[in-house]
Design a protein around this ligand. Sequence first.
Ligand SMILES: [Zn+2]
Ligand SMILES: [Zn+2]
Ligand SMILES: [Zn+2]
Ligand SMILES: [Zn+2]
Ligand SMILES: [Zn+2]
Ligand SMILES: [Zn+2]
Ligand SMILES: [Zn+2]
Ligand SMILES: [Zn+2]
Length: 724
Amino acid sequence: MLICSCHERRRAAEQLATKRADQLAIVTGLLLARDPTVTPESVGDLMAQVAPAPGARAALTRHLVAHPEALTAGGSRMPKVVAEFIYAAIAAGITGLTSPGCALCGRPRTLVHTHGDSERICTTCYSRLLTATCSSCGRDGHRIRSRDVDGQPVCPRCHDRARPLEVCAGCQELRGLKRSTRDGLGYCRSCIARRAPTEPCSICGRDRRVNARTATGGAVCTGCYDKTRTGTVACDECGQVVPLAARADGRIGTGTGKNLCAGCYRHPERECGICGRTRRVALRATTVSPDICATCYQAPIVDCSVCGQHALGRRATRNGRPWCFGCQATDRIDRLLAGPDGTIPIGVKEVRDVLVATHRPRSILNNWDRIESLTLLARLARQHDELSHELLDAEGDRFSVGYLRALLVATGVLPDRDEQATRLRRFAAAVIDEIADPRHQQTLGRYVRWHVIARAKPDRHGRLNATISDRCRQEIRTAQRFLDHLTRRGRTVDDCTQADLDTWLSTRRATRIRFPRWLLDHGHLPGLALPDAVPAAGPRTQLDQDEHWALVRRMLHDEDSASIEDRAAACLVLLYAQPLSKIVSLTTDDLTLDDDGTYLRLGAEPLLLPPPLDALVTSLPIAKPFGAASTLADQRWLFPGKWAGHHQNPTSMMGRLNKLGITTRTSRNSAMLHLAATVPPAVFASLIGISTGAATKWAGYAGSNWTTYAANRTNATANPPQNQ
Ligand SMILES: [Zn+2]
Ligand SMILES: [Zn+2]
Ligand SMILES: [Zn+2]
Ligand SMILES: [Zn+2]
Ligand SMILES: [Zn+2]
Ligand SMILES: [Zn+2]
Ligand SMILES: [Zn+2]
Ligand SMILES: [Zn+2]
């Protein structure tokens, strides 16, 4: 017997038609109760539109039968299809209904996701709620924008940065693009904003882009939206509860570490890499370009009427013709340095050539009246036939003298010399000279020569660094004061009494004791003894742990907090307790990149840098066109300075770090305590460059058990445990 299934299909179709008719009748009935003008045809169209599948149609009907109030109650406690149906019904002009809305933003959106207790929310709110630790930058509590190849979350900032640049279909610039849903082409952010459709704003009435919607679906423009926005958190400065321009958690605004309103917020200002002024940064530094201020960012490119190059300049400053900044600077330099016969003398010419080749002619022009080194060079060249170190020595210790000297050394006009060592010797000679008593003069001379200067260790580049040279000067000054102290009391080193010595050591003992101790060791001060030391207290100054780690996080992750250099230096202070004098003298040789990461040689053993610190440190040195220094920069330094061939000055770096809230002493102490508590004393000692004894003392301050650990180990070795 042959059985076909036609009749079964027919029966199924008939059943379905009956069911659909029933569902239509039910829903039409419910709507008629709110709007008597509703017809079964219009409801049928709506249902076919939002719920074409039998399952969806059944779910819609089931929910409306069980909860007829859903049509008028608003809110989000309904299946997605019910909300879609009500949106469609309202759009079709059916009255007496209340629009549902996302449980969080209230906007009439497709309610895709469940939220909390049977409420539903839109996709935008859902993605805003999804937060995680970004696998790329490590910031936590940030929205997930995308996932990387391994499925790990990536924050919006890292996502945007990793996106390849493409040509925008609107402005034709190379930008990060988004596909338009209208024409499928890629547009940049600003073009997307420009192309967005407009609507009359329901508040101000102007035809504007829609930024938000009111509860009834009215358009709200950006300006009106900002005015209606209210804050929930008080500004840390003025205390007003208003919308914030920066948040303490760094989610918006730059890392100020504070909640700040728009009135109290200040944009970060940094030195412009083109004009050299401290200004608001319009274009943030990358590894190949410096921070650039708004003025420099917008300077016009002209066809120079002198050199013919296409370069930044002024349109009509040379008798109405364009003149590039480079040619303007060259002209001024030549007029300043030329002798009476109009030529530039040898020795000055070399410096002139370097100055003229600067990448930052704008800076020379802007700072013309303040470039003392140039006027100094012009004056010296006019007064003397030949330049020498001694001529410069006679000019004192001003910045401009040092700058010019570095320039002359780097251009080969003057021979290289160890400046700190020279300065120290000059200082010592001057101090010894001030002493009246010839016997004291002799004693101090020996102390300075054999004890202070001979023991001042050059750094790893064979030079005396600024910190050590400062300390030596301090020691010499203190020794001189001891002799003054004796002279005031009518005594000399030979008849100094115990009382003289005790008075001298009653304050600032640690620094004051050095010279008397040397005197005793060398047979002076007969019959006297140094009073016993009062036990030293632990480090008094240290940051609160939370503050310390907040600073670390800000320096590691917040790009707006400071320049890349300062952030890297700050991290080395905060995490590894490195002194600034050592940080500034790091070179590219101290950095090793291999398969398992980036190693930095701080102590004897290279140290593996954790991300994102590795990226910060490997992006050093930052290209920084500092006038002449950039043309003569020593490529080895990770922190190249303003003086030709020199690394940065630790003192000015300290100034900048202080402004970031990092007082190097306190921050180093905090880092030392942390390291001391977590790293064995021997490793700690090598990393910081202190003795193992000192490291053990620090471990004691930190309350770590490394001391007991070491003691136990010694005992264990002395009495090996017996096998039982
Ligand atoms: Zn059949
Ligand atoms: Zn929403
Ligand atoms: Zn990230
Ligand atoms: Zn564009
Ligand atoms: Zn408006
Ligand atoms: Zn405020
Ligand atoms: Zn500038
Ligand atoms: Zn030119």
